[in-house]
Design a protein around this ligand. Structure first.
Ligand SMILES: *[C@@H]1O[C@H](CO)[C@@H](O)[C@H](O)[C@H]1NC(C)=O
Ligand SMILES: *[C@@H]1O[C@H](CO)[C@@H](O)[C@H](O)[C@H]1NC(C)=O
Ligand SMILES: *[C@@H]1O[C@H](CO)[C@@H](O)[C@H](O)[C@H]1NC(C)=O
Length: 467
């Protein structure tokens, strides 16, 4: 196991050295060491299909369903005992339309595409004209490689196409990929040409735009399902940020000093505003309140797993078994990972030692609210614990995740999901895995630092972060 991981990281470093030597920057006056990407909430005015009149209820219902699909697939994937053999790197993505949508500019001249930003995913891909065999229609134009002077196919002798650790395969002299995703409304399969293209990002905190050439991405020609993207009408692909060698993170890791960061603006608000994904030196300097916890990997998964040891609700420490969330031999759980692409946090019902951690956490919230005389309200979707909203009640308990070496506190107002007349505790039950979802990242600066294999974080008012 340990040997596998070591080989993997050496391999990743090797790839990245190869990659970096091929990158070129448009503005050579100043070396590029960081850039940013605007994340738009799916239903914000920045969205090309701003729905305008979705109710608060409809917005939340949508987020719940998206997370459920992701967590179901993750477990499904594990139970079918994944291998990287036959179906070469069917990357374990369950995925779909989380609410983090990146507005990405690809090609020369740049074409705008909207991609799901997925810290759980690897390949960067978008539906691709001309001669798309099976592209689902969008309300916005598709990326067209014929309109770009910088588009190139990846050659078959590229290390990602040949050799022992190839992600893609060579077919009739073309380097192609074939990646399957998830279950439910967000499942799908995409095939296409492994390619290279220039991407344009914003740099120096919005003061200039920079072009990074030769980023490997997928020009997808055959797309099955992805019903969720079809429904939204403007999402044309996925941008992965996990440890896979073809993710944006891995490809640019030297350039960005192996660091990226985001601070999610509270997303249930009247006027959703963009969050900013920052890479390398575009990340703000750390604050004194910064804490850090170790990220670990699980073989065959490119996710960011965290060591969660215990949880506190309000002033009640739950004293869960220390290894409840840690995959150990004989585990019933696959671990706890952080995934900005999952809108709602999931806590497993089958944690180690026969403990139902989800139930323990929910009971603590129930005890807290019942003792304050709040009136229960019918459960909604996957939220089992809901209460009527009394006027002027703001004493929602803080939720603290006790990670190895760091306490991650989520303020009460971000723990709950507020439906105006009533609210629910914003945690969904998991069946085999737990996920720190985007709702528990609101107003927290999160920095992934691959140099020290840690996630760092501190509270921040994210709406103050602008390009
Ligand atoms: C907005 O509401 C109106 C009236 O209910 C409805 O006809 C319309 O389809 C809605 N628009 C969207 C984008 O949902
Ligand atoms: C997974 O596959 C390995 C190798 O084929 C096998 O040894 C193991 O028992 C399988 N595990 C499960 C849970 O099926
Ligand atoms: C793609 O771009 C080429 C060159 O401009 C154009 O001829 C072609 O019609 C475009 N295809 C589509 C499907 O937009």
């Amino acid at each position: 196991m340990a040997a596998d991981m070591k080989n993997l990281s050496i391999f990743a470093l090797f790839l990245c050295l190869l990659t970096i030597s091929k990158l070129h920057f448009s503005d050579s006056s100043k070396p590029l060491s960081g850039f940013s990407l605007k994340l738009i909430p799916i239903d914000s005015p920045d969205s090309p299909i701003y729905p305008g009149n979705l109710s608060q209820f409809e917005r939340i219902e949508r987020l719940v369903q998206l997370t459920k699909d992701k967590s179901d697939y993750y477990v499904q994937f594990l139970s079918r005992n994944a291998t990287f053999g036959g179906e070469k790197f069917t990357i374990p993505q369950y995925h779909g339309a989380g609410h983090l949508i990146g507005q990405v500019f690809i090609g020369t001249p740049p074409q705008t595409v909207y991609l799901i930003i997925d810290t759980g995913g690897g390949l960067i891909w978008t539906q691709c004209e001309p001669n798309c065999i099976n592209c689902f229609p969008l309300l916005v134009p598709l990326y067209n490689s014929s309109k770009s002077s910088t588009y190139q196919r990846l050659s078959c002798d590229h290390y990602l196409c040949s050799g022992p650790n190839n992600l893609y395969t060579c077919d009739n002299g073309e380097c192609i990929y074939d990646v399957s995703y998830g279950a439910g409304g967000i499942s799908g399969r995409t095939k296409g040409f492994a390619s290279m293209e220039s991407f344009v990002f914003s740099a120096d905190r919005g003061q200039r735009s920079v072009t990074i050439s030769n980023i490997i991405f997928g020009c997808s020609k055959d797309n099955e399902k992805f019903n969720d993207m079809r429904i939204h009408g403007f999402l044309s692909g996925i941008l992965g940020l996990n440890f896979s060698p073809d993710s944006l993170y891995s490809q640019l890791q030297l350039l960005i000093d192996r660091r990226f960061s985001y601070c999610l603006v509270p997303f249930i608000q009247e006027e959703p505003s963009p969050s900013i994904m920052r890479f390398g030196d575009d990340i703000p300097p750390p604050r004194p309140t910064l804490q850090a916890t170790t990220v670990y990997t699980v073989p065959n998964f490119f996710y960011y797993f965290l060591k969660l040891f215990d949880i506190t609700v309000g002033s009640l420490r739950l004293h869960l078994p220390q290894n409840a969330f840690i995959p150990i031999p004989g585990s019933t759980t696959t671990g706890f990972f952080i995934d900005s692409g999952a809108p709602i946090t999931v806590i497993d019902q089958h944690t180690n030692g026969g403990v139902n951690a989800h139930e323990v956490v929910i009971s603590a919230f129930k005890q807290y609210y019942d003792s304050r005389g709040l009136q229960g309200s019918p459960s909604v979707s996957d939220f089992g614990l809901c209460y009527s909203n009394p006027p002027d009640f703001f004493e929602h308990p803080t939720l603290i995740y006790h990670f190895e070496g760091a306490d991650y506190a989520v303020e009460g107002r971000n723990v709950i999901v507020n439906f105006a007349d009533f609210f629910c505790v914003g945690i969904q039950p998991g069946v085999g895995s737990s996920i720190l979802g985007a709702n528990h990242m609101q107003d927290i600066r999160i920095i992934h630092d691959g140099n020290i294999n840690k996630i760092q974080f501190y509270p921040e008012q994210c709406s103050y972060d602008h390009l």
